[in-house]
Design a protein around this ligand. Structure first.
Ligand SMILES: [Zn+2]
Length: 302
């Protein structure tokens, strides 16, 4: 289990799955194979599968223990979730909670769940199935959701319904709608959600910043303890290739142009501050400091 000591903070990566998941141009529509070839020495085999040339993707959470709070950052896909459009997320049955236990934490010890955004692979373990109902997995946690993000998905659902009614109708649609229904709304119904905005500070050294583009209300989390810094960047970038080409947005970005602008800004700030970049989907090595290189950035891993 990979761990990181950040000043007085302890971070641990809780991996749900890692596998060859996406074809190059499915995840990164603008990508070209010349760039892949030019970076082959460090991309293979950790970040691109040598057998298939398919991009390796990790689904993981970061467990953050500050001394004051135990915080789960992003909650992966979850078990038994109906995601027919995405086989790699559909009806999983993983040992994620056992891995959390191995890291020394039981579900009732999580104080806060912080979601960078509301895509299905970042909210899944918010809930689990109990007697046919989706209930919060972490009974004592406050779940911090972005208000802009929540409002936009709520609006999207109402558009699908063709009504302004507050209830979300059961119509077959996308994984986004399904995850909103089974991994976000039950948390709100249980009274465990809090809506926050960019600038929110949970405690000294744990703060929230706006990073819209990948999704309408996307967040990053800035961590700082005893002079050490980290940027938990969620899906501001999905794959290490985007360090080399920050202008390549993913096919999952709601606003690809804004996503590219945000990506470059976050990477420039992270590089200049000496913070450790902690993305949501890089397989091992999943994090490191970054430095400017040519027109992009280079990941420094020890
Ligand atoms: Zn993601």
């Amino acid at each position: 289990m990979e761990k990181l000591k950040l000043g007085n903070f302890d971070l641990c990566k809780i991996v749900e799955s890692v596998s060859p998941a996406f074809e190059l141009n499915f995840l990164l529509p603008d990508a070209d194979t010349d760039t892949v070839e030019a970076n082959r020495s460090w991309l293979y085999p950790n970040y691109i599968d040598p057998k298939t040339d398919i991009l390796m993707i990790s689904f993981h959470s970061y467990l953050l223990r500050t001394g004051k709070y135990t915080i789960l950052i992003d909650s992966c896909v979850g078990n038994h979730k109906d995601r027919p459009a995405f086989p790699e997320m559909h009806n999983l049955n993983t040992d994620y909670l056992q891995k959390l236990k191995t890291a020394g934490v039981s579900p009732d010890e999580i104080d806060f769940v912080m979601c960078t955004h509301m895509h299905p692979d970042h909210v899944g373990w918010n809930t689990q199935l109990e007697d046919g109902l989706w209930v919060p997995t972490f009974p004592n946690a406050r779940y911090l959701f972005g208000k802009t993000e929540y409002d936009s998905w709520l609006h999207y659902h109402k558009e699908i319904a063709g009504t302004e009614a507050d209830s979300i109708p059961e119509v077959a649609s996308s994984s986004l709608r399904l995850s909103f229904e089974d991994s976000v709304l039950p948390v709100i119904a249980a009274g465990q959600a809090e809506m926050i905005e960019g600038g929110f500070e949970l405690e000294d050294g744990v703060s929230v910043e706006d990073a819209a583009g990948h999704s309408p209300g996307n967040f990053i989390f800035k961590l700082e303890s005893a002079g050490s810094r980290a940027t938990v960047s969620g899906d501001v970038l999905h794959h290490p290739l985007q360090l080399v080409r920050p202008d390549w947005s993913s096919g999952f970005c709601s606003d690809p142009q804004l996503s590219a602008v945000t990506r470059r800004r976050v990477l420039e700030e992270t590089a200049s501050s000496g913070a450790i970049l902690m993305p949501a989907h890089f397989p091992t090595p999943s994090w490191g400091q970054i430095e400017a290189s040519d027109d992009g950035f280079r990941l420094i891993t020890q």
